[in-house]
Design a protein around this ligand. Structure first.
Ligand code: DGI
Ligand code: FE
Ligand code: FE
Ligand code: FE
Length: 192
């Protein structure tokens, strides 16, 4: 079994500078959110650290890792293989980084599109990925970072709406899981 430090050392070599910095940001932001919401700190740290471990692999490699591990690959994932880096990352976490905990593996697996009824750990990594301090993409990050420590589900919903807005504006193809996740949290939070 590898220690956090062993995994950091492996990832430092594997990921380009910025991606490694982002990875560390997601690692400690996940721990902070886990403190706030009383999740398991070690699981949050491990999932945050490993969430993008497959991010820099070429499309063929992502497809190969997933098919070698018996993962189904959808038409959308074949078209846009980067969508597989969560699934492939979970496979690598299990096989190369010795992670056996299914909750940690699922948090890695679902971090890009989310899924309906995410576990606390899944939501923590999903949110940490977006708000970690080295991210500079969205313009309302200050508000979202505050909101993340007030209302985690609401933050999940706002991230999904923002992401879908951006994908629509830039004419990107949208995976049905991203929509399903948004619809689930919208219904949960806005139906009363
Ligand atoms: O790997 P990261 O960049 O840290 O973060 P991520 O795994 O959450 O990926 C974020 C990107 O994924 C972001 O640019 C939006 C994109 N994305 C999320 N859902 C979809 C999507 N892209 C497409 N084309 N379709 C989706 O449904
Ligand atoms: Fe990612
Ligand atoms: Fe994300
Ligand atoms: Fe990420």
């Amino acid at each position: 079994k590898y220690s956090i430090e062993d995994i950091q050392n492996k990832l430092r070599k594997k990921l380009k500078g910025n991606r490694y910095i982002h990875t560390l940001g997601v690692e400690y932001t996940s721990v902070c959110l886990a403190m706030k919401y009383e999740a398991d700190l070690e699981k949050a740290e491990l999932a945050g650290l490993l969430h993008d471990c497959a991010k820099e692999l070429p499309a063929e490699k992502l497809i190969k890792i997933c098919s070698d591990h018996g993962e189904k690959i959808s038409t959308m994932e074949f078209k846009q293989p980067f969508l597989l880096h969560g699934k492939a990352g979970a496979c690598l976490a299990r096989n190369k980084f010795g992670v056996e905990d299914e909750e940690v593996l699922d948090a890695i697996r679902y971090h890009t599109t989310g899924r309906p009824a995410m576990t606390l750990l899944e939501k923590i990594v999903f949110v940490a990925d977006y708000i970690e301090p080295n991210r500079k993409k969205a313009d309302n990050l200050t508000e979202l970072r505050h909101l993340a420590f007030e209302d985690l589900d609401e933050t999940v919903l706002q991230i999904l709406e923002q992401t879908l807005d951006y994908l629509e504006k830039t004419d990107k193809e949208i995976d049905c899981h991203t929509i399903m996740t948004r619809d689930y949290y919208k219904k949960l939070l806005r139906s009363s």
